[in-house]
Write a protein that binds this ligand. Structure first.
Ligand code: BGC
Length: 357
């Protein structure tokens, strides 16, 4: 194993709580919560390196947490039927405390992508385990029902922004999750999931295609690096779909320096280069047999580790807005490090070869 790979696995395991939760960044106060999206990629990475128990503990922790809050699902469905924005008490939150409670300070809690991602990761875990437990069957049904009712409601995207819009990356995660759990669904839920899966790919193109590529969301013609998710891992587009290919070319042209940025107008910590997204592009390159480019990106990622092998969320290179870097450092302190999701994406990209996906 390469050193950063070994270190990354050790860091993920070190910070997992006894209950199975992973804080997004244990030393960065605003991120001392478990997010479904970060946590699932962390568990997915651990499964890839054979750490099945640690991965299973996360999926179980999350399943119990979701089931405990599932009384909110009927409230969410009612709000969706009435076509009004969901309040905090009407949606499943995007993050929880390490003991599985909702956070108390204000946060943009309505984000659907993490729930799709969770289903996708849980299905991959169960396929590896080769067995199903009642708890997982219950959580799969609950989350599927929730997503089928809400999938076209505007919500915050995976960067926790732009809550008044729908987002292609969110739809990709919902597609990947619903498709992955189909084998475990029974009627009538199976039919509901199939109906959503059938409309999503066409609707994605209808709503988010502009000038031959996908856009960040309907109000924004630019690309976001999260559009990579449409192909890898969620597969709402095939890699040779011309619209997806043009989107990746635009991401490379507009967002890739040494590492990959989220989007051009990003101002969070000045809008630097993100470690997890750089590893994501390397993952895509590896699946495309573009080994040399993948290796270059993984070397860039490795070079961002500090002397203890800890990776940050982003690096302040080539900033979109230097004054925002100063603003965020004053507000929340230095950039989060270690960010567990960065380590997870390094593990995923480093271990998945062209035939290993
Ligand atoms: C990112 C989210 C992430 C969270 C925790 C936020 O700044 O935008 O994608 O889930 O941090 O890592």
């Amino acid at each position: 194993m390469d050193r950063l790979l070994e270190k990354s696995v050790a860091i993920l395991k070190e910070y997992q709580t006894d209950q199975g939760a992973f804080p997004a960044a244990p030393e960065f106060p605003p991120y001392k919560y478990v997010w479904l999206r970060d946590g699932t990629f962390i568990a997915y990475a651990l499964d890839l390196v054979g750490e099945r128990e640690a991965a299973g503990a996360f999926y179980t922790f999350m399943a119990k947490t979701i089931i405990r809050h599932s009384y909110k699902i009927h409230r969410a469905r009612r709000a969706a039927e009435e076509k009004r924005p969901l309040e905090d008490e009407e949606c499943l939150h995007t993050r929880y405390t390490l003991s599985g409670e909702e956070g108390q300070e204000p946060w943009g809690n309505f984000q659907l992508d993490g729930y799709g991602t969770y289903l996708w990761g849980l299905a991959a875990h169960l396929a590896r385990q080769g067995r199903m437990e009642g708890l997982y069957r219950d959580v799969i049904s609950l989350v599927t029902a929730y997503l089928c009712a809400l999938w076209d409601c505007p919500c915050l995207d995976c960067w926790e922004e732009w809550g008044e819009y729908c987002h292609p990356s969110t739809w990709a995660a919902l597609y990947g999750g619903l498709k992955a759990v189909l084998p475990w669904l029974e009627p009538p839920l199976e039919g509901q999931a199939l109906a959503v899966l059938e409309v999503l790919p066409a609707k994605l193109k209808e709503e988010f295609r502009r000038e031959g590529h996908f856009v960040k969301f309907a109000g924004r013609p630019e690309v976001d690096a999260n559009l990579l998710w449409l192909g890898v891992p969620f597969g709402i587009c095939s890699y040779d779909d011309p619209v997806f290919k043009t989107t990746v070319e635009k991401i490379e042209k507009e967002l890739l320096g040494g590492g990959l940025k989220r989007y051009r107008a990003d101002t969070y910590y000045g809008g630097g280069e993100w470690v997890l997204l750089t590893a994501w592009l390397a993952w895509y390159y590896r699946l495309q047999d573009r080994e040399r480019e993948a290796r270059g990106l993984l070397e860039w990622v490795a070079a961002q580790a500090d002397e203890e092998g800890r990776l940050p969320e982003q690096v302040p290179h080539n900033l979109n807005s230097p004054e925002h870097y100063t603003y965020w450092v004053q507000r929340w302190g230095p950039i989060a490090r270690p960010l567990l999701w960065s380590h997870a994406m390094y593990i995923i990209a480093a271990t998945q070869g062209p035939s290993g996906c």
